[in-house]
Design a protein around this ligand. Structure first.
Ligand SMILES: Cc1cc2nc3c(=O)[nH]c(=O)nc-3n(C[C@H](O)[C@H](O)[C@H](O)COP(=O)(O)OP(=O)(O)OC[C@H]3O[C@@H](n4cnc5c(N)ncnc54)[C@H](O)[C@@H]3O)c2cc1C
Length: 269
């Protein structure tokens, strides 16, 4: 089976700072890492390859430094990596991102399965996987939490949407997006780490797509979304009040008052 895994490089979110004046993430304020959900996508691909054989291609759109991310993907089990990098791809919203990724997947064809993370920790839209499937005109299942069966022609999976759990069978080629519940990503093996240092990461720029992509369809030009303003919500402040064991009545009265104010209950005692 030929599997393409979508990998995005994201800032380390526990360190990154926001420029609230400009309303953007200050990407230079922190290091970068593979989007955590994409590690689950890669692990899913590795498990399928172990069952049915095949090849795993890691695909990313990003700046030249995203090559490091693809090398890490190889260290974690991908066979090779393709980086889409060009000034004409910069400033892409989810639509332009998905459209460009879909055209790249067509270039990398044939493929049987595309796997993406359910969402990213920086953009957080969860749109790119399903949109990419639409642009490829293939079926998709989003929010996959369990992989039951994989063959060269179909997948049987469970996905969780809201309160519902659905068991679905999908004919291939198709696309799935996976949640963190699907697996525990394994650590890189030594032999793969060595391979990742030497493997050639293919770099595809805009000229690679002269036959199937126009400048109006990519990057900022191909992005109908406009971010007007980003605001950081104020931190939620929690206050505590301590009562002694002798003050049970006062404690109950205080809880009842809060419940009534917050409309948690009708305030009946
Ligand atoms: C007007 C505008 C301008 C923007 N400019 C920039 C910019 O200059 N630089 C920038 O970094 N971001 C920019 N963004 C953010 C960018 O649009 C999103 O980061 C990107 O489209 C992916 O969306 P997401 O992060 O919500 O992905 P989600 O839909 O949450 O991601 C789901 C999955 O899709 C896959 N995926 C997502 N993005 C990629 C990718 N690039 N390559 C491979 N797989 C991927 C991964 O598997 C991921 O787990 C801009 C957004 C807007 C609206």
């Amino acid at each position: 089976m030929r599997i393409i895994v979508l990998i995005k490089q994201v800032p380390e979110m526990d360190r990154v700072k926001f420029d609230s004046e400009k309303g953007v993430i200050d990407r230079k304020s922190a290091g970068v890492e593979i989007n955590p959900f994409d590690l689950n996508a890669l692990e899913t691909a590795v498990q399928i390859k172990e069952q049915v054989g095949g090849e795993i291609i890691a695909l990313s759109m990003g700046p030249p430094r995203a090559e490091k991310t693809l090398r890490e993907a190889v260290a974690r089990g991908a066979d090779r990596g393709i980086l889409l990098s060009d000034g004409k791809f910069a400033g892409a919203d989810t639509r332009a991102t998905s459209f460009t990724l879909a055209r790249a997947i067509e270039k990398a064809a044939p493929f049987d399965l595309v796997i993406a993370g359910e969402m990213t920790v920086d953009g957080d839209t969860a749109q790119v996987g399903p949109q990419t499937a639409e642009y490829l005109d293939i079926p998709h299942v989003a929010y996959v939490t369990d992989l039951e069966e994989a063959s060269d022609s179909s997948l049987t999976v469970t996905c969780n949407i809201w309160e519902g759990s659905y068991r679905k069978r999908m004919h291939l080629p198709g696309l799935i997006t996976v949640t963190k519940d699907i697996n525990f990503p394994r650590l890189p093996e030594l032999k793969n780490k060595m391979k990742s240092r030497e493997v050639e990461i293919c770099r595809w720029d805009f000229s690679t797509f002269s036959d199937n992509l126009s400048p109006e369809q990519t990057g900022l030009k191909g992005s109908p979304t406009q971010v007007k303003k980003i605001t950081i919500p104020p931190p939620i402040e929690r206050k505590g009040q301590v009562f002694s064991p002798e003050e049970t009545d006062e404690a109950l009265a205080a809880i009842e008052k809060i419940c009534r104010e917050k409309r948690v209950s009708g305030g009946q005692s």
